[in-house]
Write a protein that binds this ligand. Sequence first.
Ligand SMILES: NC(=O)c1ccc[n+]([C@@H]2O[C@H](COP(=O)([O-])OP(=O)(O)OC[C@H]3O[C@@H](n4cnc5c(N)ncnc54)[C@H](OP(=O)(O)O)[C@@H]3O)[C@@H](O)[C@H]2O)c1
Length: 301
Amino acid sequence: MKADKNLVNMPTIGFGTYLIPNEEAQKTIKTALKIGYRHIDTAEVYRNEVGIGLGLKDTFSQLSLKRDEVFITSKVFPGNPSWGRAPKNYKMCLEACDSSLERLNLDYLDCYLIHAPFCKDLRLEQWQALCDLKKEGKTRTIGVSNYSQLHIQEIINEGLEVPEYNQIELHPWCQKEELVSFLKEKNIKVVAYSSLVPLEGWRAKPNQDSAKSQSMKEHGADNSSPFKRMSKKYGVSEAQILLKWGLQMGFVILPKSSDENRIRENFDLSFQIDDSDMKEISTMDKGDGIAWPNGDPCNSE
Ligand SMILES: NC(=O)c1ccc[n+]([C@@H]2O[C@H](COP(=O)([O-])OP(=O)(O)OC[C@H]3O[C@@H](n4cnc5c(N)ncnc54)[C@H](OP(=O)(O)O)[C@@H]3O)[C@@H](O)[C@H]2O)c1
């Protein structure tokens, strides 16, 4: 079956799955879909596509959900010569999409992204592969992740299809104001990841490869966080404040949790942050993202 063009747009609250192990993914995806999430974000490098596929299969039968009611994103890892990871050429990108579809047990994706702009010499060829995957119906939409203005301009200058999305790290400490206005001007939808970085417990459990443990103090996470004040004012959690900020900024958000109560809480965002608090948050920018241990990939050459 090929992708039908008249299905759902990307829902504004997606479920993030980085660091959800394959063996837990089946159960966690079922929980998220039962709670109401209709957008799942994964990637070949998360190594959980098989578990996610099983969770989707169970839920399609148990909840009478149809495939076209859930928006599924995956990402091709482009390679990274400076990490000793061979760059993917055109053909390898096509094959990577087929492998993701096979692991997810799906006929098509709703969105396929290039995970990062790591391969200067092959970037355009990789993008051409995604354009062709869309034409073939293997994915309904295509986009990029961690691309800066320069990386996107490279695609535009070549006269290729403009990406529909750019998935980037965005939260009050990393607001990327110029990049966000550029994306809006080019009609590229902004998808925010790692919205919860300012929380003290962000990726704090063992084996969660957090870059933050190193840089947390530098970034000033402590008990005097203004999000604690706002959390009391609105009667919601700090996580909900951070997520609602993303939505009010016009971003799609992708909260990840392995805990059922948090998964539910992160989906319950029916309050409004007032203008004075939005203004206060706008002053908190500290620059580049911190979710990737080797630095914000938007700064790649
Ligand atoms: N394109 C990219 O390069 C890229 C990079 C990073 C992430 N992403 C995508 O974006 C998604 C989200 O980003 P992320 O996983 O980095 O981080 P996140 O969703 O911002 O935060 C996850 C962390 O916050 C905790 N948490 C979640 N909900 C909470 C709540 N209500 N209260 C307190 N703590 C809470 C989680 O712990 P528990 O699990 O224990 O609840 C985990 O430690 C990823 O899963 C992935 O799909 C993409």
